[in-house]
Design a binder for this molecule. Structure first.
Ligand code: ZN
Length: 345
């Protein structure tokens, strides 16, 4: 089969990988329909984090082609969403909600295990990992939104859930990448009264507003903190969502958190939490990689009903042959997030 191959920083191309086959009775083979590039894939692309040579990509939807003898929850022909981590949903970590720590889990597209950016994927723990999509004849817009359940929307939702966003809250979202925009949507969906999006880019501001942002703050750093304190009467945000991970973004997220609140962190941290400042203001933080598999069923209903349209973050599109351009477009900020159209239903 053809699949994206990571060869090294700034060196991704479509190549050949072995056709996936059922190896364990808990496996399924999924033919990929849509995939996309994650902000975290860019770290590998830019050489900021190591990645093994080989398969890459962990966000995909597709159609089940074959199942192992112990897989009964999905069947050949099913349209399925794959969370970015596979998991058994029955080990102690899964049962406590941390599917990303599953004892039998693992990452798609880690160099060895099939990646989503390819024609097909062998999915381990398929019955507990894959979520079948009810209905048929879904529009392309719906399919694009279903793809975001794989990671980006689930991650934005995790930021909001981790920060304890509830009805009537004032929420501030640091970061206007695809995850930050998804966090705006998630906060709004959970009933936030006011969602303040930090963004300097008109195209991203427009999506943030579409997703429910009530206020836009264009400044950064201390300027952003001052603007948000002004907007909140000097109190700060009831929930501050950190969706970037840079030292400045982390500092901003904590500086705008109301005393007694919780910061939801989903940007992979490249800086430290200001412990003393946080301690003396009774501010907490939660977050980490999203347990996407747990969130997908809840979010899926709102995608299918049309209540939310998270696929809007996918503003650039290539096919598998042009996967290198999908990465370059995000690297060069020509794209918020690149869709890779691999197959059809
Ligand atoms: Zn598990």
């Amino acid at each position: 089969m053809r699949a994206a191959i990571f060869r090294g920083p700034r060196d991704i191309e479509v190549g050949e990988r072995p056709d996936p086959v059922i190896r364990e009775p808990t496996d399924a083979i999924v033919r990929v329909v849509l995939a996309c590039v994650c902000g975290s894939d860019l770290w590998y692309y830019r050489g900021e984090s190591p990645h093994a040579v080989g398969s890459i990509g962990h966000e995909f939807i597709g159609v089940v082609e074959a199942t192992g003898s112990e897989v009964s929850a999905v069947s050949p022909g099913d349209l399925v969403v794959a969370p970015f981590i596979y998991s058994d949903m029955s080990c102690p970590h899964c049962l406590h909600g941390s599917t990303i720590s599953c004892k039998l889990g693992g990452n798609f597209g880690n160099g060895t295990i099939d990646g989503g950016q390819g024609e097909a994927v062998r999915v381990p723990q398929a019955g507990s990992t894959l979520v079948p999509v009810p209905g048929s004849g879904h529009s392309d817009q719906t399919l694009r939104s279903l793809l975001t359940l794989s990671d980006v929307l689930a991650t934005g939702h995790h930021a909001a859930v981790s920060a304890g966003v509830s009805r009537g809250d004032v929420v501030a979202v640091v970061g206007d990448g695809a995850v930050g925009l998804s966090a705006v949507l998630a906060a709004s969906r959970l009933g936030a009264r006011r969602v303040i999006a930090l963004s300097r880019h008109p195209d991203r501001q427009a999506i943030a507003k579409e997703f429910g942002a009530t206020d836009i703050v264009a400044g950064r750093g201390e300027e952003a903190t001052e603007a948000i304190m002004d907007l909140t009467g000097g109190i700060g945000a009831d929930a501050s969502l950190e969706c970037v991970g840079t030292p400045q973004a982390i500092a901003t997220a904590f500086s705008i958190a109301r005393p007694g609140s919780t910061v939801g962190m989903v940007g992979v941290p490249h800086g430290d939490v200001p412990t003393a400042q946080t301690f003396f203001r009774n501010v907490g933080w939660r977050g980490g990689p999203a347990p996407a598999r747990i969130y997908i069923p809840e979010l899926l209903g709102d995608v299918l009903s049309g209540a939310i349209n998270p696929g809007l973050v996918l503003d650039y599109e290539t096919d598998l042959d042009h996967v290198a351009d999908a990465y370059a477009a995000m690297d060069e900020r020509r794209a918020i997030k690149s869709l890779i159209r691999v197959g059809s239903l």
